[in-house]
Design a protein around this ligand. Sequence first.
Ligand SMILES: [Zn+2]
Length: 287
Amino acid sequence: MQSWGSEAVLDRADNRRKVPEWVSAQWCRSGAQLLVVDAEGQVATDETMSRPQGVPTSGNYNAQIHTFLGLVDNVPWFTAEGPVTGPRASLRHLGAVSGGAALELVVGAVALTAWHRLEPYCPGCGARTRAAAGGVTRRCPACSRVQFPRTDPAVIVAVIDPDDRLLLGRQASWDRGRMSVLAGFVDAGESLEHAVHREVFEEAGVRLREVRYFGSQPWPFPRSLMVGFVADAASSDITIDRVEIEEAAWFSRAELASALAEDRVRMPGPASIAHRLITAWQGRLLG
Ligand SMILES: [Zn+2]
């Protein structure tokens, strides 16, 4: 599983990629790879469906189709949207079974192909924009406005009560038994910490004494950045907001273990930061 807390392996070549000739030269290099993502965000993989599988770049470089992801061990990687005929897998799957540079490539490919697909028009004048800087920006030919991929920050928080129990909640739309730590999008003009306090109080009526940073994780479904926190609850009283949350409860480690064993509670997917937060709490790794 990826920790996302260390230095990236993928070299995004932020300055060099601004030179179109340099990017097209990378496309033509021997060994350059193209990672294809289909319109549903499924990524081409090897036969084991545990690693992304590139194909050698071929034909002419087209800056409007081919997005430069960066270099891994000096090998150029590109991505493009298209049909995947062989094995393929979702980011949710690959996030659970792969890591390191392979997962960095997958997340970048899924995020950037979705952005080019979903946001091809200028928000200033409505003209169709053109990919630039190897596909990490889009420039408007009519008004020169430059667009960057939008990232929506969301906070996710492991709330711990004075008895060292973890707060888990359940949205009404989720599958039966699925529970997770609380999460929500950051409002415009709001700090991450303010969002943590607000979301936990809105959803569970719990006031927090202290909020500490845990870590972050890209979550391009289609463009979120999950920012994880650990928080101490001021008390164990819960008042559920029935609009967003159907159920919320405190769990001791033993209670959660037996609920999981009896299938009364189901964990969030293993690729998620929610899973990491819950696992860290179970292992007494949250400070
Ligand atoms: Zn424009």
